[in-house]
Design a protein around this ligand. Structure first.
Ligand code: NAD
Ligand code: ZN
Length: 355
């Protein structure tokens, strides 16, 4: 088992990564939730079918009284009605401030479990058990929690750090191929913005990392370490954490324009490809480095292009919630493993994107 310590300003906690990590859930939960009697497992239909029983048993073996709340899988259910369902379930079961929530699922689940925990009784503990690659390397680490509203994704939420994140690599065995590929969008992003060693590891693996669980564990560990380092420096997204937005300013527009039919990770990859090309034209990124980055995307079945126009990108980006004032913070990569935050006006961004 590998451990990454996250030292966020508001809280420090461990991310434990390994094959069969779930076996230690009971013991670890007792350590981080002393005095707890009850646990609510939040999960969704696809994941609960496979993993709810084992997670419940591990907690019961450790002496906790365990209840569960299972919602229908899918981003469309990341809403306030489901959160209210979780609140009610805990209230009915007599949860107190020392009891805790367990998020068991992909990013939709861990975001919602975290948000329910952050609000119930003004905040109780949450342990995250991510089951998708994206949730392991990104969503479950760093404390951003929340839900969607009709006006936009992740528009309501809270910063609420987990007390523990337990990442069982064997859970990835059942993840559908296309969902795994989406997660690779964030993995390649970490390589591009801050981790040359990860880049080299991915390049050497030549697109096949799924079947080698030791390698997969190593890669997940590298990604969690990257995310932990960024969150340790800037928990609330006012500085370095913004570099994690590489490819996202453009990607979000493509995602929204598709009515959220194109998956997030795929849109981020397209966004990264578009910005990589623009960096080469602007003369801030070497063409050979750019080629290597785009090849890596291809190697992992990720697209690096989209037919969206620069004008459509700029119009969409100016409506994004991540915008601050009149300028956009655009994330550039100057060489593999090194990112820069650059403030641009709409006009500057349009010029940057235009061929
Ligand atoms: N909090 C953050 O910092 C952060 C960062 C990135 C993304 N997110 C959020 O994460 C969400 C996307 O996460 P996601 O891609 O994991 O989506 P998801 O939770 O919908 O999971 C994707 C699909 O995989 C299935 N699945 C998950 N684990 C499985 C397993 N082990 N076996 C079989 N099927 C499995 C799910 O049922 C679902 O159909 C978005 O809502 C996004 O906003 C949050
Ligand atoms: Zn993302």
């Amino acid at each position: 088992m590998r451990t990454v310590r996250v030292n966020a300003a508001s809280k420090s906690y461990d991310v434990l990564i390994g094959k069969n990590a779930v076996e230690s859930l009971g013991e670890e939960a007792k350590k981080v939730c002393p005095g707890a009697l009850k646990a609510l497992i939040v999960s969704e239909t696809n994941v609960a079918k496979i993993y709810l029983d084992v997670v419940k048993s591990r907690l019961e073996d450790a002496g906790f009284e365990v209840i569960s709340y299972v919602f229908e899988a899918g981003e469309q259910n990341k809403n306030i009605n489901e959160i209210a369902g979780m609140w009610n379930k805990m209230a009915e079961a007599g949860f107190t401030r020392t009891d805790f929530v367990v998020g068991l699922g992909g990013g939709v689940t861990t975001d919602m479990a975290g948000f329910a925990a952050s609000t119930f009784l003004r905040g109780i503990k949450v342990i995250q058990l991510p089951t998708s690659l994206l949730a392991m390397v990104d969503a479950s680490v760093g404390g951003k929690t929340g839900i969607d509203i009709p006006m936009g994704k992740n528009q309501v939420g809270a910063f609420w750090q987990p007390s523990l994140v337990l990442e069982d690599i064997t859970f990835l065995r059942t993840l559908p191929d296309e969902v795994f590929t989406e997660g690779m969008g964030e993995v390649t992003k970490h390589a591009f913005i801050m981790d040359l060693k990860l880049f080299d590891t991915l390049e050497k693996a030549n697109g096949s990392i799924r079947d080698d669980e030791d390698l997969l564990e190593e890669i997940v560990y590298m990604n969690v370490s990257d995310k932990a380092s960024v969150v340790g420096e800037d928990e609330t997204d006012n500085g370095r954490r913004q570099t994690l937005n590489f490819g996202h300013t453009v990607g979000h527009v493509i995602e929204r324009d598709s009515g959220f039919t194109k998956p997030h990770g795929i849109c981020v990859a397209k966004g990264m490809g578009i910005v990589i090309d623009a960096c080469v034209r602007a003369g801030t990124l070497d063409a050979g480095e750019a080629e290597k980055m785009k090849n890596l995307l291809k190697m992992y079945d990720l697209p690096a292009e989209d037919e969206i126009t620069p004008q459509a990108i700029v119009t969409g980006a100016m409506n994004d919630k991540k915008k601050r004032g009149d300028t956009l913070s655009v994330i550039l990569v100057n060489k593999i493993g090194q990112a820069e935050i650059k403030k641009m006006t709409a006009e500057e961004f349009l010029k940057f994107l235009s061929v």
